[in-house]
Design a protein around this ligand. Structure first.
Ligand code: GLN
Ligand code: ZN
Length: 776
C-alpha cells in the first residue's frame, strides 16, 4: 500500500464541467467552427480547471490529501476513459494515425466526420446525461495514455493543490461498451477485462510517478441491474479487477466509488478489497444495517475509509444536515474511518444558487446547488472532527429552512391533495378498445396514416421573437400574432405535403418540459441552472417545489387556432407526467408517484379543455418513460405501476371518440413492452428507424393491438431519407404487425432540423406511405 496520507474527511465525487456561464461550451463550439485554435481552447480549459479547484478549496475542501477531484472533461468522461485506455475503435484508426493531436481524434469519436459515424450516445445510468458508447472488439487496441490526467495533476500542484485524478473504472467502462460491428459472434467487451485492468495498472503507475496520492475509479455498474451481466457477477468482476489493481507495485491510493444507487448488498465485500477508500451512495442507497450492527461492516472497512455519500448529487434541495450527521456519527461510532461525501458527481446539478436573482428568496433558502452542496459536505466534516456542538448553529439553520419549507404556502395545497385522494381505479380506465375504435371512426383516419411527432423546425426567427418577447421588446399581442402566423404557415405546409393528421408545430415552446412548468403552479424556472446533457449541450431543468395545479388552460388556444385553419384533424400536443418529472428537479419530500398524480390531473384537465375546444386527437409524449426505470430490479415494478398509472390518470378522462396518442424515444423500450402496452394509448409512435423497426416485433409478440407508428425517418441528422428507404421500413413493420394498426411518422419531433430537409423528408414519407398502400 502506498505510504501517503488518508483522505481528508470532506470530499466530493465531481463538479459541473461546462463552467458557471458555460464557458467551455462556447470555447469548444468556437473551436469546432474553426473560429479559434486548439491552443486557445486548451487555455480556456486550463483556466476553467484552475477556477474549479480554487472554488472547491474556497468552499471548504482541503488543499492537501486528494480531496479535490479532477473531473474536467472536454466532452464526456467515458470518452476520456476511451482515450486514456487508447481504445480507439478500429474504424477510427485512420483518423488517429493522421490526427494533428489527441483532441482531433477525441472530437472525431464524439461527433464523427465526413467519413465516420460518431460513437453512439446513450443515457448514463438513470440520469439525463449521455455518454459516448465505447466500441470494443477482439482487436481494439489498448495502450495507456496518461497525458491528460498527469497534466492536470501538475497544474493543480502549481496552484498549491494536491488533487485527485478521476476515471471511469474498468468494469463499468467495459459493461457500458458495445461490441463493435467487427466483433465476432458472441464477443462481449467485458471479455477483455483482464487486458483492460493491465492498462489501468499502467495508468496508476504513471499517476503515482507524477505524484498522485489518490485516484478515484468510478464503478456505478455495481448498483445496476440493467447491464449485460447480473449484478452479482458485476461484483465478482469488480473483485477480480481491484484485487489485481490493489496489488499493483506502484500506484496511488484508490478510492472506488459506487454512485447512483444502492450498494448496500455489496458494501462488506467492497470494504474488504485491497483499496484504500470506498464510496457509497447513501441517498438512493442505504447502509447494510445488519452488518453495521454486528460489526461486520467495521471489520471489512478496517484500514479502508468509507466515503459516505450523504449529500444528494442528483437534486437541488438543502440537505437535512441533522439527519446526515446522525448517520455519519453512527458510522464513526462503529469505528469506521468516515469521509463526508456526495451520492455521486455534482455534474448533474447547477453551479450556484447565488446566481439566481429572479427566484423567490423563500424558495432559494430551501435550495442547494453544487457550491452549496460542497459547503454542506464541509460543515458535516467539521462536525465529525470537532464534535456536534461545533456545527450546531448550521444544523439549526437547516432545521429552520426545512420547517419553513414544510409549512410554506403552495407546498401543500389542500385542494390538490383532496383531489388526488379521491382518485379511483376507474379514473385510470378508458372505454374498452373495441368501443373506442368504433367511436373514433368519424375521425376518418386512413390506413397507413401519416403524421409527425409535433414540433416543426425552431427557426432563428422563432428564437428571435421569443427572446424579444422575454426582453419586453415586443408585447403579448405582437408575439401572439407572430405565433399565429407561424402556425398558419406550418398548417398550410402540412396540407401541401399531404399529411393526414396535422400538428400546430410547437413554435410557442422553448422546451417541452419548461413550457409546461412555466404554466403550472408548483414549479419555478431558473436563469442559470444549466446542467450538461451531453457534450456541449445543457438543459435547464425546472424546479418542482410545490403541489402542482393548472391555473388556466395552457395549449388550448394554439391547438384550437390550428384546427380552425384546416378540415384535417389537428393533434393536441402535451408532455406527459413522467417526462415532466424526469426532466425537472423534483421535490424530495413525498413519493414521486404522488407528485406524478398531481401533474397527471393537471394534464387531464388540459385534455378535457382541448376536447371541449374541438380537438379530437391528443398526443401525450412520454420519451422519458424508460429513463426513470430504477437501476435496481427490485424497485422496477413499483415504478412502472405509478408511472403507467400517472399516464392513464392523465388520459383516462378522454371519451371513447377521443384518440389518445403517445410518443416514446431516446431509449430501448423492448425491456418494458408490457408497460408501453399498459399505457393503453390508441396510437403509440416510437423511435425505430435506426434500429430498422426492432421494436415492432416484440410489440406484436406481446399482443399489442392498437395503433403503432414506428419512426421511418431518423430525424437526428439532416440526411433526407428517400421514398424507397422509408417504404422499405414501412414494409418491414407491416410484415410484423397488421397493416391496419400501422401509422407512418418520423422518429421524433423536427425542432432541431432545418426546413429544407424537413420538407424533402416529409414529402418522401407521404409518398412512401402511398407506395406501400398501393402494394395491396
Ligand atoms: N412533441 C415533441 C416534439 O415533437 C416530442 C419531443 C420528444 O419526444 N423529445 O418535439
Ligand atoms: Zn421523441
Amino acid at each position: 500500500m502506498p505510504e501517503t496520507t488518508t483522505l481528508p474527511n470532506a470530499s466530493i465525487l465531481g463538479y459541473p464541467r461546462l463552467g458557471r456561464r458555460r464557458e467551455l461550451k462556447r470555447a469548444v463550439e468556437s473551436y469546432w467552427k474553426g473560429a479559434t485554435g486548439e491552443a486557445e481552447l486548451r487555455e480556456t480549459a486550463r483556466e476553467l480547471r484552475a477556477a474549479t479547484r480554487s472554488r472547491l478549496v474556497e468552499l471548504g475542501l482541503p488543499v492537501a490529501g486528494g480531496a479535490v477531484p479532477e473531473t474536467f472533461s472536454f466532452y464526456d468522461q467515458v470518452l476520456d476513459a476511451t482515450l486514456a485506455l487508447g481504445a480507439i475503435p478500429r474504424r477510427f484508426a485512420d483518423v488517429a494515425a493522421s490526427a494533428a493531436s489527441d483532441l482531433t481524434t477525441y472530437f472525431a469519436l464524439a461527433r464523427g466526420d465526413d467519413s465516420h459515424q460518431p460513437l453512439e450516445m446513450t443515457k448514463w445510468f438513470d440520469t439525463n446525461y449521455h455518454y459516448s458508447v465505447p466500441e470494443i472488439d477482439e482487436g481494439t487496441p489498448f495502450a495507456v495514455n496518461a497525458d491528460a490526467l498527469v497534466g492536470q495533476l501538475a497544474e493543480a500542484r502549481e496552484q498549491g493543490i494536491e488533487s485527485r485524478p478521476v476515471l471511469v473504472g474498468p468494469v463499468t467502462y467495459l459493461l457500458l461498451a458495445k461490441a463493435s460491428d467487427e466483433a465476432g459472434a458472441g464477443f462481449r467487451p467485458i471479455d477483455r477485462l483482464d487486458e483492460a485492468v493491465a492498462v489501468y495498472a499502467q495508468l496508476l503507475a504513471a499517476l503515482a510517478e507524477a505524484g498522485a496520492t489518490w485516484v478515484q475509479l468510478d464503478e456505478p455498474a455495481l448498483v445496476s441491474d440493467s447491464l449485460a451481466v447480473p449484478r452479482e457477477q458485476t461484483l465478482e468482476l469488480v473483485e477480480r479487477a481491484y484485487t489485481a489493481l490493489g496489488s499493483a507495485a506502484r500506484r496511488p491510493r484508490i478510492l472506488l466509488s459506487a454512485p447512483y444507487g444502492d450498494a448496500a448488498p455489496a458494501l462488506v465485500r467492497l470494504g474488504a478489497l485491497p483499496v484504500e477508500a470506498v464510496q457509497a451512495d447513501l441517498v438512493r442507497g442505504a447502509l447494510p444495517q445488519g452488518a453495521l450492527a454486528s460489526g461486520e461492516l467495521a471489520r471489512a472497512f478496517e484500514g479502508t475509509q468509507l466515503v459516505a455519500g450523504v449529500v444528494d448529487g442528483r437534486n437541488v434541495w438543502r440537505t437535512d444536515l441533522r439527519a446526515a450527521f446522525a448517520l455519519l456519527t453512527r458510522l464513526q461510532q462503529a469505528g469506521i474511518d468516515t469521509v463526508v461525501g456526495t451520492s455521486n458527481s455534482l455534474q448533474h446539478v447547477p453551479h450556484d444558487v447565488a446566481d439566481e436573482s429572479q427566484l423567490d428568496p423563500r424558495l432559494v433558502s430551501w435550495l442547494a446547488f453544487a457550491d452549496q452542496k460542497v459547503e454542506q459536505v464541509a460543515i458535516l466534516a467539521r462536525g465529525l472532527s470537532d464534535g456536534a456542538a461545533a456545527i450546531e448553529s448550521e444544523l439549526a439553520a437547516v432545521d429552520r429552512a426545512l420547517a419553513d419549507r414544510a409549512a410554506a404556502p403552495g407546498v401543500r395545497d389542500a385542494r390538490v391533495r383532496a383531489r388526488v385522494a379521491s382518485v379511483s381505479d376507474a379514473d385510470r380506465r378508458r372505454a374498452p378498445e373495441r368501443e373506442r375504435r368504433e367511436a373514433q371512426r368519424p375521425l376518418g383516419i386512413p390506413q397507413l396514416a401519416t403524421t409527425t411527432i409535433g414540433s416543426f423546425p425552431q427557426t432563428a426567427e422563432i428564437r428571435k421573437a421569443r427572446s424579444a418577447f422575454s426582453r419586453g421588446e415586443i408585447d403579448q399581442s405582437g408575439y401572439d400574432g407572430f405565433l399565429r402566423e407561424e402556425i398558419e404557415r406550418v398548417i398550410r405546409l402540412q396540407e401541401e405535403i399531404g399529411l393526414d393528421v396535422l400538428v400546430h408545430g410547437e413554435a410557442e415552446r422553448n422546451d417541452m418540459v419548461q413550457y409546461f412548468a412555466e404554466h403550472l403552479d408548483g414549479f419555478a424556472v431558473t436563469e442559470h441552472g444549466w446542467v450538461q446533457s451531453y457534450g456541449t449541450r445543457a438543459t435547464r431543468p425546472s424546479l418542482l417545489w410545490g403541489d402542482v395545479s393548472r391555473p388556466a388552460p395552457i395549449t388550448v388556444a394554439w391547438s384550437a387556432y390550428a384546427q380552425s385553419l384546416t378540415a384535417r384533424p389537428v393533434k393536441g400536443m402535451l408532455t406527459g407526467p413522467v417526462t415532466i418529472l424526469a426532466w425537472s428537479f423534483v421535490r424530495d419530500d413525498q413519493p414521486l408517484g404522488d407528485t406524478a398524480a398531481q401533474v397527471a390531473l393537471a394534464l387531464r384537465d388540459e385534455i378535457d379543455d382541448l376536447v371541449g375546444a374541438g380537438i379530437g386527437i391528443v398526443q401525450v409524449d412520454e420519451p422519458a418513460l424508460r429513463e426513470l426505470l430504477p437501476l435496481d430490479a427490485d424497485r422496477q415494478a413499483a415504478y412502472l405501476e405509478w408511472s403507467v398509472g400517472a399516464f392513464r390518470l392523465a388520459t383516462g378522462g378522454a371519451a371513447p371518440e377521443v384518440q389518445i396518442h403517445t410518443h416514446l424515444c431516446y431509449s430501448e423500450f423492448g425491456e418494458i413492452i408490457e408497460a408501453v402496452d399498459g399505457l393503453d394509448a390508441d396510437v403509440t409512435s416510437i423511435e425505430a428507424a435506426r434500429s430498422r423497426m426492432d421494436v415492432v416485433e416484440p410489440l406484436g409478440a406481446h399482443g399489442y393491438s392498437r395503433g403503432i407508428g414506428p419512426g421511418v425517418y431518423d430525424i437526428h441528422s439532416p440526411r433526407v431519407p428517400s421514398v424507397d428507404e422509408q417504404a422499405e421500413l414501412i414494409r418491414i413493420a407491416a410484415a410484423r404487425i397488421p397493416g391496419e394498426q400501422l401509422w407512418v411518422n418520423p422518429d421524433c419531433g423536427l425542432k432541431t432540423r432545418g426546413y429544407e430537409e424537413t420538407v424533402a423528408s416529409l414529402t418522401n414519407l407521404v409518398l412512401a406511405a402511398q407506395v406501400v398502400r398501393a402494394d395491396e
